[in-house]
Design a protein around this ligand. Structure first.
Ligand SMILES: *Cc1c(COP(=O)(O)O)cnc(C)c1O
Length: 374
């Protein structure tokens, strides 16, 4: 059996990452102020196209910070997709608010805008539109419903760095957006996050809440209860180096996506990620779905076989309502699209340094598994 060792993801740190890291260390600015924090925040706001960007310790606390800054708390309801990463649900629960789930659209794998209205009650405060697997949500439709019910809209763009929706960049399409820079994300600092937005009063609240609630003009005076959700100058040094190369990294990942798609689309039972006409997704982790009746083995068996060949994969998200803390949120409703994706979907290795040969080998092994059958 051919055994090739391929991780599902690995960061590329081959630019100025080391130089900037050493520079940050030698400067002794290793906490959460310093030139790399300022540089990252202004460059990132510029790239996303918002007036402000604030760094945060990771993507999960960025979500929590955004919710608290918007005033979400006990008694409120927040609408999120049933199919997404668990951090979105957890962040809502941290605020004391109630979670309301809606199914995803089979054409985008993101929150289905036509399902939102029926989930709105007098307690609903807002909607978190998660750009699942790099594909932007249908933001015009979501913003329109939200506006008519006076709800805020938040984008979770953790998986959608530099994706565009009708030509506009993810992170600039709603009241506020959050990002993650975890090690497997397109741009990374190991751990890290950010919020992007245009509103000045929101900016002041975010800066206060991020630093224990400290007053803007009176140092060491804390008129509100805040958090320590800051990101370090060391992490921002890495992010500055990553941002210098974002175009090349996205281009390389797009090329990997293209080779995967052309090699895999002829294989019976392998489904590809749909792309809406108005979307230019971020090439995060390459996605496939496995239809057992045509492919001959199911998703889980394919994952085991690929693992035997040294190829690491990742199953799609388990639906929020399928996990113990959130089972009661499923209620009487069902989320058939979410459940099918969760059962049949998987991510294949995707990273900057992945060669065309390796993509070819992974695809050849998937094809061979199909031909050999169960
Ligand atoms: C990665 C991710 C997060 C959480 O980010 P962390 O930096 O790991 O806390 C939140 N939402 C989505 C959709 C993600 O993929």
């Amino acid at each position: 059996m051919t055994k090739i060792n391929v991780p599902v993801s690995t960061p590329d740190l081959s630019g100025n990452e080391e130089a900037y890291l050493v520079d940050a260390l030698r400067s002794t600015w290793i906490s959460s102020s310093g030139k790399y924090v300022d540089r990252f925040e202004s460059e990132f706001a510029g790239l996303v196209g918002t007036r402000y960007a604030s760094s945060a310790a990771n993507g999960t606390v960025a979500l929590h910070l955004a919710l608290v800054a918007l005033g979400v708390g006990r008694g409120d309801e927040v609408i999120i997709p049933a199919f997404t990463y668990v951090a979105v649900a957890n962040a809502v629960i941290y605020t004391g608010a109630r979670l309301v789930l809606v199914d995803v659209d089979p054409h985008t794998w993101c929150m289905d805008p036509t399902k939102i209205e029926a989930s709105i009650t007098s307690q609903t405060r807002g909607v978190i539109a998660v750009h699942n697997y790099g594909h932007p949500c249908d933001m015009d439709a979501i913003n329109k419903i939200a506006r008519s019910f006076k709800l805020w809209v938040m984008e979770d763009a953790a998986e959608a760095h530099f994706a565009t929706y009708k030509g506009r960049t993810a992170g600039s399409l709603a009241d506020i957006a959050t990002f993650s820079f975890y090690g497997n994300k397109v741009i990374t600092s190991g751990e890290g996050g950010a919020l992007t937005y245009n509103d000045e009063s929101l900016h002041h609240r975010i800066r206060m809440l991020r630093s224990q609630g400290m007053d803007r003009t009176r140092r060491y005076y804390y008129p509100i209860i805040g958090y320590n959700y800051r990101l370090t100058n060391i992490a921002c040094a890495l992010l500055c180096a990553q941002l210098e190369r974002w175009k090349g990294m996205v281009a390389r990942r797009n090329a990997i996506f293209k080779s995967y798609s052309s090699r895999l689309s002829p294989i019976p039972g392998i489904g590809l990620q749909p792309v809406a006409a108005w979307a230019s997704p971020s090439p995060w982790l390459y996605c496939i779905t496995v239809d057992e009746s045509l492919f001959d083995v199911n998703r889980d068996t394919l994952a085991v076989r690929l693992h035997d060949h040294g190829i690491e994969t990742r199953p799609f998200f388990v639906c929020i309502h399928q996990m113990p803390p959130y089972q009661q949120h499923g209620g009487a409703e069902s989320f058939p699209v979410s459940e099918q994706l969760s059962r049949d979907g998987m991510n294949l290795p995707t990273f900057h340094g992945m060669t065309d040969d390796t993509v070819d080998q992974v695809c050849a092994i998937i094809e061979a598994i199909h031909l050999r059958g169960a």
